[in-house]
Every structure is written in structure tokens, then in C-alpha cells.
Design a protein around this ligand. Structure first.
Ligand SMILES: [Zn+2]
Length: 325
């Protein structure tokens, strides 16, 4: 088995959430597996194509594409690569609708995002910028053929290797984590990354009643991954993780840091989620809030579940306040 990581810069992505995204190429006896396809940019296409050329591979050597999740930094070019390689595209079960009818999904999300953002306290101009993420995606997502939905715990054999798939909620609606059983290598997508839960649902991925559980989902998903006892974890962003318990602890500490900061702010007065976001992440421009604002909402939901915070809607606006405050 040979394994390569292609680091694709996200510079061209106006909604970038990290510096780079990882695309993996793994060579087994029966051919290549491509894990994620990077963003829909010229750089991503060239990087992957040049890599194959340098190593003496051709597109037809790619026999399978595993997609960790549908977010645009991982699934750009998916339709292109599925067409040139004719490879089956393995995606988490239940997400077929996104790949079969992306235009309809993005249009619906764009509208929902806009109205939700206004409710959560963004200005009209900011709400437009936030939801424009989906107009950006509308132009980039084309229906993908050769889709193979994968269910949780499903295994497949390929060459000398057997893979176990885990379909886990927590970072996106549903993510595919791929475990190479023989080599004990886990491709975790963005369910488990090194530098904090950059993570968090798209805030329009879920309705509020489900969203409340999302951090619990994420934490239990990570525990499930650790139970596999991988030798190393290869995440969707950043470097490989071998000291995963330590990384998990650091992530929890970061979560607590944000939780305490929010609680401290709410001692002063009620805040809208957008206000909290702007204080916690002042470096983020409105067009970059998509993922990170989701994280703020998740933390607020989490605090509400813990009975510390109350979330109220008044005149079409949402506010959070301390319970009893
Ligand atoms: Zn990502």
C-alpha cells in the first residue's frame, strides 16, 4: 500500500475555512482510491492531475472515490472526477438528494440561510453575504453519477485491503469516515481534525430541534472513531493525528473556553447569536461565517441543553440570555 497526501490551498475559495484541504491518494493492488476531491478550483484540478502524472498514473487508475462529506472544500470537482475516472463515488447514505439534485438543494438553503441569518441577528447586508455562499455553490455543483450510498459499519474489500465505513453525524449532516482495517489507518474527514472543532453543522443543515444535539453527536462520533484504535488518523485538514486522546482533550478545552466566554458575556445582558459570533470570532468576514457561526449556535444550544441559557424569539429576532437572568 502506498499513501500520498495532496495539500490543496483554499486561497481561491472565497468562503475558505482553513488554509488547505487534504486530498488522499491510496494505492492498493487493485488500483487507486481517491479520498475527497478538494475545492472546485483550477489549483485543485491541476494539483491532482500533476500528482497523477508525476507518479505515472492515469485517471483510469482511480477505481474508487470516497467522499468524506459534501462540504465544498472536499467535494468540488466531484462530478468532473467521477466522469473522467468512471469510478464509483462512495458517499454517506441519506445524502443522495444533495448529489442528485444540487441546484434545488442549494436554492432552498440559500433562502433558509438568508432568513435564518436575519433572525439570528445579522444585518440584511450580512445575511445576503452569508447566504451568497449558496449562490456560489449553485454554480459549482453539478449532479454526480455513479453514486454509491454507504451505510454505517458497512465493509468492502479492495485489493489486499478491507475497509470499514462509519457514517457519523457531527460535523456535517452525515460524514463518511473510512477505516483501513489492515493498516489501521483512519480517514476522518472533518469529524476529527487537529485544530479545534472548526467543525459544527452548517446551521441550515439541521432544523433547530435536531441541531441541539449536534455537539453531543460530534462528541459521540469522535468517541466511536477512537474505539477503532487506529494507528493514525488522517484528517480533512492539517497534519496526521497519532495522539488522538490528547487532541480530543484539547478540543474539549477549546469548547469549554468558548462556553465560558459566552456565559460571561450573557451575565452583562442578552445577546443575539450574531453578536456573540462577532465577539468570539472578530477576524471572520461575513462571507466566511458559514461554518464557524454554526459552531456558535451549537455551543448556545449546548448551554441551553445544560440548563444554563435560555433562547428566546422576540419580534422575529433570537436572543440568548442566562437562565434566571
Ligand atoms: Zn473541510
Amino acid at each position: 500500500m502506498n499513501l500520498w497526501k495532496i495539500e490543496v490551498p483554499l486561497d481561491e475559495d472565497p468562503f475558505k475555512v482553513a488554509e488547505n484541504v487534504n486530498v488522499f491518494v491510496v494505492e492498493y493492488k487493485d488500483g487507486l482510491i481517491l479520498i475527497d476531491t478538494g475545492p472546485d478550483t483550477e489549483i485543485a484540478r491541476c494539483k491532482i492531475e500533476n500528482f497523477l502524472k508525476e507518479k505515472g498514473f492515469s485517471f483510469s487508475d482511480i477505481k474508487k472515490i470516497f467522499l468524506t462529506h459534501q462540504h465544498s472544500d472536499h467535494s468540488g470537482n466531484l462530478n468532473l472526477f467521477s466522469e473522467i475516472t468512471k469510478a464509483d463515488v462512495f458517499i454517506p447514505e441519506g445524502l443522495e438528494f444533495i448529489f442528485e439534485n444540487p441546484l434545488k438543494v442549494m436554492e432552498k438553503k440559500e433562502k433558509k440561510f438568508y432568513y435564518d441569518s436575519l433572525k439570528e441577528g445579522f444585518t440584511e447586508e450580512e445575511a445576503k453575504k452569508v447566504s451568497s455562499y449558496f449562490s456560489y455553490l449553485k454554480e459549482r455543483f453539478s449532479p454526480v453519477k455513479n453514486i454509491v450510498p454507504v451505510s454505517n459499519n458497512q465493509t468492502i474489500s479492495f485489493g489486499e485491503c478491507e475497509f470499514k465505513f462509519l457514517v457519523l453525524p457531527g460535523h456535517s449532516l452525515s460524514s463518511l469516515c473510512i477505516f483501513d482495517i489492515k493498516n489501521k489507518i483512519l480517514f476522518s474527514g472533518d469529524v476529527f481534525v487537529k485544530d479545534g472543532f472548526l467543525s459544527g453543522y452548517y446551521f441550515s443543515d439541521l432544523e433547530r430541534e435536531d441541531r441541539e444535539k449536534s455537539i453531543f453527536f460530534l462528541l459521540s462520533s469522535i468517541v466511536r472513531l477512537m474505539e477503532l484504535k487506529p494507528k493514525k488518523i488522517l484528517p480533512g485538514h492539517g497534519s496526521e493525528i497519532s495522539d488522538f486522546e490528547n487532541v480530543y482533550r484539547l478540543n474539549l478545552r477549546l469548547l469549554n473556553f468558548h462556553k465560558n466566554k459566552i456565559l460571561k458575556l450573557l451575565k452583562e445582558r442578552p445577546y443575539s447569536p450574531a453578536e456573540l459570533f462577532k465577539i468570539l470570532f472578530p477576524q471572520f468576514k461575513p462571507h466566511q461565517v458559514v461554518m464557524t457561526f454554526g459552531l456558535v449556535l451549537q455551543i448556545i444550544d449546548f448551554l441551553e441543553e445544560e440548563g444554563k441559557v435560555v433562547i428566546k424569539e422576540k419580534d422575529g429576532k433570537i436572543f440568548c440570555k442566562l437562565k434566571g437572568g
